[in-house]
Design a protein around this ligand. Structure first.
Ligand SMILES: [Mg+2]
Length: 234
């Protein structure tokens, strides 16, 4: 194995976040007796993405993201709501979403026999643990690092410092960050001096100041990078 410590992002790397998000939004709108149109969904996703981008850059707290997003969304629909309360409901539904992305569980099960696996995720701890557990992925990981618990988030250098300190005998040269986000996963790996794999199934454009060590279309393409092959028995 070319790398012995694999640091996996969770959303849109191992689990299908879009499916979980769509499910949660629909359920939330059902409880509000409001029709979720494609336009509203698009508005929400764009706004939510910008809020999380501000969080990644340390401009706002995670609490500000989760308290403001539904307040803003429903204000846009002419409704005054308790943003924090709606967010709790939303996260309850989001927690139910644990659809696997592609072959991720079989690949994780196999790689767990060959390397030490960890999860590195920005998000809410309770939500992420529950989804990992329901997706039957939890047993394959030696530890889970959720930004809510670490106090820092990807791409902050402090986030990966925290992770490195908590992994026994961590060797930076043998560690590989695997994720779909250039601005959090790959930028975070760059900031920490770690090699990285950009999972880019939709062939998105690279950003000028972010440098993934490798780029793949799916998780199967990790095998040549790791210098091993998929073992069917796992
Ligand atoms: Mg992700």
């Amino acid at each position: 194995m070319n790398y012995s410590t694999l640091l996996f992002d969770l959303d849109d790397t191992l689990l299908d976040f879009k499916a979980a998000e769509d499910h949660a939004l629909q359920e939330l709108f059902n409880t509000m007796n409001t029709t979720l149109t494609p336009e509203i969904k698009k508005y929400y996703k764009t706004m939510n993405r910008h809020l999380w981008a501000d969080y990644e850059q340390g401009k706002i707290s995670r609490q500000e993201v989760t308290d403001s997003r539904f307040k803003k969304l429903f204000a846009n629909l002419g409704k005054n709501v308790d943003g924090s309360q709606l967010d709790q409901k939303y996260r309850h539904y989001l927690t139910q979403g644990h659809q696997l992305l592609g072959n991720s569980r079989r690949i994780i099960a196999d790689l767990a026999n060959k390397a030490d696996l960890y999860v590195v995720t920005n998000g809410v701890s309770k939500t992420q643990y529950k989804r990992l557990e329901d997706a039957k992925l939890l047993p394959y990981f030696k530890d889970i690092f959720v930004s809510e618990d670490t106090g820092y988030q990807k791409p902050m250098p402090e986030y990966f410092d925290y992770v490195a300190k908590r992994i026994p005998h961590f060797v930076a040269q043998k560690a590989l960050v695997i994720g779909d986000s250039l601005t959090s996963d790959i930028k975070g790996a760059n900031n920490a001096g770690l090699d990285s794999v950009w999972l880019n199934p939709e062939a998105k454009q690279l950003l000028p100041d972010v440098k993934p060590t490798y780029e793949v279309k799916d998780l199967e393409q990790l095998y040549p990078i790791l210098g091993t092959s998929f073992d069917e028995k796992a």
